[in-house]
Write a protein that binds this ligand. Structure first.
Ligand SMILES: C[S@@+](CC[C@H](N)C(=O)[O-])C[C@H]1O[C@@H](n2cnc3c(N)ncnc32)[C@H](O)[C@@H]1O
Length: 211
């Protein structure tokens, strides 16, 4: 972790015992939930935006969905997770946090999911936090659900620094993913329907506002 991030993290106050238990579970089981500095900044952006509904691609165990629902008490969230075991854990945690009435969890591949199964037809915010190589496909599939003024947020856009170094210095098994993410970034920054900015928070977040 960067020195700046650990400094900021040292000032972040404790979350509820349930949330801290999830953080610990994710750490022990190597489940990639959003970094603390990133989620705190992201939640603050969401508070400013105050969307009625959020669609998340990539729930893992439901940590970010629960944090969003807790930070925004009037917002409804739909979250999609491909991995069955993680989706089951997310369901359990959502129930434990008594948020089933505001978080719709869909188990399945977001690229295959029928748009009619989503609880809303419009999402003022979409959060893409799933397979890095597929970001453009997620963006294209769900962009029609975002109204003018709505926002699509993408996490892990720096891929732990791999996107900013020479491809020859990136481990071979990660090169295709890095190439896809770099191509997606270029495409996104030039997308005529969105105004995008790239923030170096945590692992890199892009914020794309629909015109
Ligand atoms: C980085 S984790 C999500 C972390 C979560 N947003 C959080 O911060 O608590 C990415 C998740 O996306 C899921 N995923 C990857 N590709 C997916 C797809 N096509 N559809 C749905 N979920 C997918 C993975 O199984 C993984 O659990």
């Amino acid at each position: 972790m960067r020195t700046t991030d650990s400094y900021i993290e040292s000032h972040i106050i404790n979350r509820s015992p349930q949330l801290m238990e999830m953080e610990e579970f994710a750490r022990i089981n190597h489940i990639p939930i959003m970094e603390l500095v990133s989620i705190e900044s992201f939640l603050q952006l969401l508070r400013l935006q105050n969307p009625d509904s959020i669609l998340e691609i990539g729930s893992a165990i439901g940590y970010s969905a629960i944090r969003m629902a807790t930070a925004l008490p009037n917002t409804k969230i739909t979250t999609i997770e491909k991995d069955e075991n993680r989706a089951e854990l997310a369901r359990t945690y959502i129930e434990k946090n008594e948020l089933s009435n505001r978080i719709q969890l869909l188990a399945g591949d977001a690229l295959e999911i029928d748009l009619y199964s989503l609880s809303s037809t419009i999402y003022q915010a979409i959060f893409i936090d799933a397979a890095k190589g597929q970001y453009q496909r997620f963006f294209d599939k769900f962009s029609p659900l975002v109204p003018s003024g709505g926002v699509i947020y993408c996490d892990n856009m720096l891929m732990r620094g791999f996107t900013e170094i020479e491809l020859s210095d990136v481990p071979r098994r990660k090169r295709t993913m890095v190439r896809n993410l770099q191509a997606f970034t270029k495409w996104l920054m030039n997308h005529e329907d969105y105004i995008t900015t790239f923030l170096p928070i945590g692992d890199g977040i892009t914020i794309s506002i629909k015109r």
